[in-house]
Design a protein around this ligand. Structure first.
Ligand SMILES: *Cc1c(COP(=O)(O)O)cnc(C)c1O
Ligand code: SF4
Length: 335
């Protein structure tokens, strides 16, 4: 028996850092000297999906540059309020793949558990920006129904903790969930999908490393980094430590217009990730989600970028270009 860790939950250094995100468009505009004419559009867009911008990125962004590729991912834009034909609130029909509160079973052998609605940052292109998180009772109920479903399905070997961001949970809460999953004999792999891991290296605490490596389950951490400037020396160090402890590190990116839609940027991203012991896994074409049309990159452009990457990088540094289509048995690999 492992000692119960949930008695004490002392605040960690990462929690105030995450809580300190900029949420007022006016404050962000002032801090980065952004064109005032764009402020009303930003304020309107922030009523649709709140602004959440990590303060630590401020000094990596040039002033008076609303098109900065890192900023663009988090900056609310007037375009978000426009509607476009073909763009939907739930293009992946995730609501229908839900088999228990917060549990999506779309693909064979693995399930995705929405552990929490909370994210440390709000990415404007997010396909979950319209997800009815308020109806996600899974977290409040300690995922009881989801765990029961997994227990009753011996063909499930991998559980993917997603969100939101599973690293928004405290180590204690995450530890309790992992212990419960460990006790399900047919599970072999625990995967976490996290945007927080690279942006807030303080989140990669020793306690978390222990949780992920003391486990009977093989653990995979899939980062979400879109641009090489999102990683700095301290994120690289924290990821190296996690990798040395035995966690498999992968990265997924979304191909986003004005952020990373060039092979130069993505080549630099692959090399920066490799320095941090992380291999590129997926490059997603953006989903047609309402309010995100300004990030769209078409399939041909995506294929061309992958060809250019392949001509300059070893195969293991080239991600797979994928799209997700509702009701398909897995992601569709394009290139
Ligand atoms: C992407 C995804 C997975 C994992 O797919 P892999 O190809 O194994 O990375 C599982 N479930 C859902 C609902 C997904 O969207
Ligand atoms: S961290 Fe992930 S889930 Fe959260 S807003 Fe960004 S893309 Fe969406």
């Amino acid at each position: 028996m492992v000692a119960r860790r949930d008695e004490i939950d002392t605040p960690k250094k990462w929690q105030p850092l995450v809580a300190d995100a900029i949420s007022s468009p006016a404050e962000l505009f002032a801090a980065l000297d952004l064109p005032k004419a764009q402020l009303p559009g930003a304020e309107q867009a922030a009523t649709l999906f709140a602004l959440k911008f990590p303060r630590r990125l401020l000094d990596r962004i040039e002033h008076n540059q609303p098109d900065d590729p890192v900023l663009r991912q988090f900056l609310p834009q007037a375009e978000e309020s426009q509607s476009h034909p073909g763009y939907q609130v739930d293009p992946l029909a995730e609501a229908q793949a839900q088999v228990a509160p917060g549990l999506l079973h779309k693909y064979s052998g693995r399930v995705l558990l929405i552990t929490t609605a909370a994210c440390a940052v709000h990415c404007r292109y997010c396909f979950r920006r319209h997800f009815p998180y308020a109806e996600q009772r899974g977290e409040q109920d300690d995922w009881l129904a989801a765990l029961a479903y997994i227990e009753n399905h011996p063909d499930i070997h991998e559980v993917i903790l997603s969100g939101g961001d599973p690293l928004s949970l405290s180590d204690n809460r995450l530890g309790r969930l992992i212990s419960r999953l460990e006790s399900i004999p047919h599970l072999r792999t625990l995967r976490l999908h996290s945007r927080t891991a690279a942006l807030f290296p303080e989140r990669l605490t020793d306690e978390l490393t222990e949780l992920l490596t003391d486990s009977r389950l093989r653990t995979v951490l899939v980062l979400h980094v879109n641009h090489p400037d999102e990683l700095d020396g301290s994120s690289r160090q924290a990821l190296e430590t996690l990798s040395a402890a035995g966690v498999q590190l992968l990265n997924q990116s979304v191909l986003l217009a004005g952020v990373n839609d060039s092979s130069d940027t993505l080549i630099r991203l692959s090399q920066t990730l490799f320095d941090a012991r992380t291999l590129p896994y997926y490059l997603h074409l953006p989903d047609p989600v309402t309010g995100t049309a300004h990030f769209q990159v078409d399939r041909q452009r995506g294929e061309q970028i992958i060809r250019e990457m392949r001509s300059q990088l070893p195969g293991y540094l080239v991600p797979r270009l994928v799209v997700e289509t509702a009701h398909e048995p897995g992601k569709t690999v394009i290139a």
